[in-house]
Design a protein around this ligand. Structure first.
Ligand code: MN
Ligand code: MN
Length: 300
């Protein structure tokens, strides 16, 4: 109680001292944003190394190191209408978390904006894709993620591509970087409903030729990066690392080629406790590349 008899506290003075971490270039309010970033700190079904729940803030921290002016694209990201909502509240239930992601992304899509989701593990992608029955999908992943269920859970992170196929239908999904597949997955009757491009094929033929091969007239593409699709040399901080992967610049080339048609984007499966810092840095840069490339093409 102040001396003038009115209740007075220190809310506004205190707010000058505190903040929650946001992507550095997220200078926009939601209402005026084109790109809406949010984190999903969930790793409840991860089978090998847990810790991807720590990735959203680790990516934000790494992003602080990047110049806001993206030299390669000539784009100033502080004027690119980016908003960062913070992190979704999560429980230990994959089903509840995926439902929350579905609800959040449904609102962002219906407001005509582009969601950029920071995982968390790969299962969170299913929530976004549930809103996109008429879209195509590009997945970067070492794993086919094609199990019908894993450890009794159809929303396990080892089942993401299979769930996406059920939602989007056949010939709509291309998964690039494949090199870890179980015999049962390979022998599935549904295997050819998804285009799997092995990492070895990208290495042999070059990413430009692969882009020509997979490009279609699809004009709405959801782009999901499981960081383990990229070689552990570039991205050591992965939950389930797998040798002989894609180059970081292969993924950048894919983003550049498709950016204008990408309506939603995520980057998942980064495990900061196994990182030397490079993985979160690469994730931050890929997000910046996507936004800068999308901005550059929508200006011309
Ligand atoms: Mn994977
Ligand atoms: Mn995956």
């Amino acid at each position: 109680m102040g001396s003038d008899g009115k209740t007075k506290d220190h809310a506004s003075e205190l707010s000058d001292f505190f903040s929650f971490r946001k992507i550095a270039d997220a200078t926009s309010r939601y209402e005026s944003a084109k790109y809406v970033i949010f984190g999903v700190p969930f790793d409840g079904t991860s089978s090998f190394r847990r810790g991807s729940r720590l990735a959203p803030d680790s990516i934000r921290l790494a992003y602080d190191n990047l110049e806001s002016y993206e030299f390669s694209y000539g784009i100033d990201l502080t004027s690119s209408r980016i908003c960062d909502l913070g992190n979704i509240s999560v429980t230990e239930s994959a089903s509840e978390v995926v439902d929350s992601v579905q609800t959040v992304t449904q609102m962002i899509f219906s407001d005509g904006k582009i969601p950029i989701m920071l995982g968390g593990e790969h299962s969170v992608t299913v929530g976004a894709v549930r809103n996109l029955k008429d879209a195509s999908m590009i997945i970067i992943d070492a794993h086919s993620d094609f199990r019908d269920e894993y450890m009794g859970n159809p929303l396990n992170h080892a089942c993401v591509t299979r769930r996406a196929l059920e939602i989007l239908g056949k010939n709509k999904i291309c998964s690039i970087g494949t090199r870890s597949v179980s015999k049962e997955e390979r022998e599935s009757k549904l295997w050819n409903d998804v285009t799997f491009i092995p990492a070895a094929k990208v290495k042999k033929e070059g990413i430009d030729r692969i882009i020509k091969e997979i490009d279609t007239s699809a004009d709405r593409i959801y782009f999901s990066i499981d960081i383990d699709g990229i070689d552990p040399a570039y991205a050591p901080g992965a939950g389930t690392p797998e040798p002989y992967g894609l180059m970081d610049t292969d993924v950048r080339s894919l983003i550049d080629h498709f950016s204008e048609r990408i309506i939603g984007f995520d980057i998942v499966e980064i495990t900061p406790v196994y990182d030397n810092g490079n993985t979160s840095m690469l994730a931050a840069k890929l997000i910046q590349n996507f936004i800068a490339s999308n901005e550059q093409k929508s200006k011309t």
